[in-house]
Design a protein around this ligand. Sequence first.
Ligand SMILES: Cc1cc2nc3c(=O)[nH]c(=O)nc-3n(C[C@H](O)[C@H](O)[C@H](O)COP(=O)(O)OP(=O)(O)OC[C@H]3O[C@@H](n4cnc5c(N)ncnc54)[C@H](O)[C@@H]3O)c2cc1C
Length: 403
Amino acid sequence: MEVDVAVVGAGPAGSTFARIAAQAGLEVVVFDKRKELGNPVRCGEGLGVAEPMREGLELPRYAYSVEIYGAKVVAPNGKEIIMRNENTRGWVLERKYFDKWLGELAVDKGAKIYAYHRVFDAKKEDDGVTLSVMDENDKVSHVKAKLVISAEGMEALTARKLGFPTIHRLYDVDTCYQYEMKPYDHENLIELYFGNKIAPRGYVWVFPKAARKANVGIGIGAHLITGQKRGGLDGATPKVFLDEFIVNNDQLKEASKLLDFGGVISVGAPIDRFVDDRVMVIGTAAKQVDPIHGGGIELAMHAGTLAADAAIKAFEKNDFSKDMLYNGYEKPWRDSRGAELDLRLRLRKALEALSDDDLNYIFEAVSGNELLDVMAGNVAPVVAKVLKGRPSLLKVLGPLVKG
Ligand SMILES: Cc1cc2nc3c(=O)[nH]c(=O)nc-3n(C[C@H](O)[C@H](O)[C@H](O)COP(=O)(O)OP(=O)(O)OC[C@H]3O[C@@H](n4cnc5c(N)ncnc54)[C@H](O)[C@@H]3O)c2cc1C
């Protein structure tokens, strides 16, 4: 098979790319190793208003479970802060249907999606990239594309085969566990629980779902697992921490667990280059994930949009060089999201250096609106306020206001 563009992965990044590129008339094929797009789900399913929605793409009712209006963050000592404004609206999705919907939109625009097709090798030639693909019957075929998009999420095998540095250090990933639980009565807010004893270098999330259900999950620094003793176990898993949280929560300890799964997510910096001749790496495959909360759906859709625009220009000029793709995709991405994610990474590093006592102090000292300011990038006034009351945090918080 010879095609214009081959996309590896039909998640939010790959399907967003495929929809826009196919709409512009490019011949796009998408391979996904899953039998069914979006299934099994490995996600907390929280999503703020993403760019394609701002531009008028309407989320169908079946693709989300509930609308959310903000967040409740909870300190180790139980003090709660509500964060709520016009920017904190969003959804808890039904990702199984959301991902399939995004795939269907791409098909409607002319892309061809092959589920249950695993890409296991990639070789670059002068006039294209050849992917080796195995189908559900273990039959291997070779697909030559003028342009290849790696939208493979955490695994990023194709990108790695094509020379991108996609391997993670343990320090740069959170190891996660999640249950779907019922009954749980909520206030249409996402709930985030912090504390070194609750979730070292991470947090517990309780994301509301319809019919009195909730996604109850945890992410903790993978490098901290080794040597931890917890619940009588050596090398405790995130599940052990999550179970401990649940038995100490008045509502959840009585609830049933309907589903459980584990996963890992990138919480470090994006990879240092997203493009090469004839290749673009987008979404979580490029480690485009928020280092504070591990959210990557919106970033994946944003990268898919920028990369599709770059691909359309590359085909117009018949130029698939890395310079062309850099200027079309990587540069606008770094200009629009680079600084924001860099600040989030510095915030994460500051958070992980705080003791529970420091966290309790900060939760007393700042308001929900001030926390929203921090998340929007306006860090200096809040840091100044905290340092006034607790100057000993200068070393930890100082780097946040540098530059
Ligand atoms: C436990 C957990 C909870 C999370 N919660 C949230 C959340 O609440 N909100 C949020 O925004 N983000 C969350 N994330 C992160 C989010 O799931 C990802 O950032 C997002 O899915 C990235 O989209 P993507 O399209 O880049 O990759 P993915 O959604 O991972 O899609 C990649 C696709 O590529 C396919 N693929 C991989 N390798 C191959 C191959 N070799 N051949 C063919 N197909 C391949 C996969 O099957 C998959 O369908 C969470 C992650 C985890 C692990």
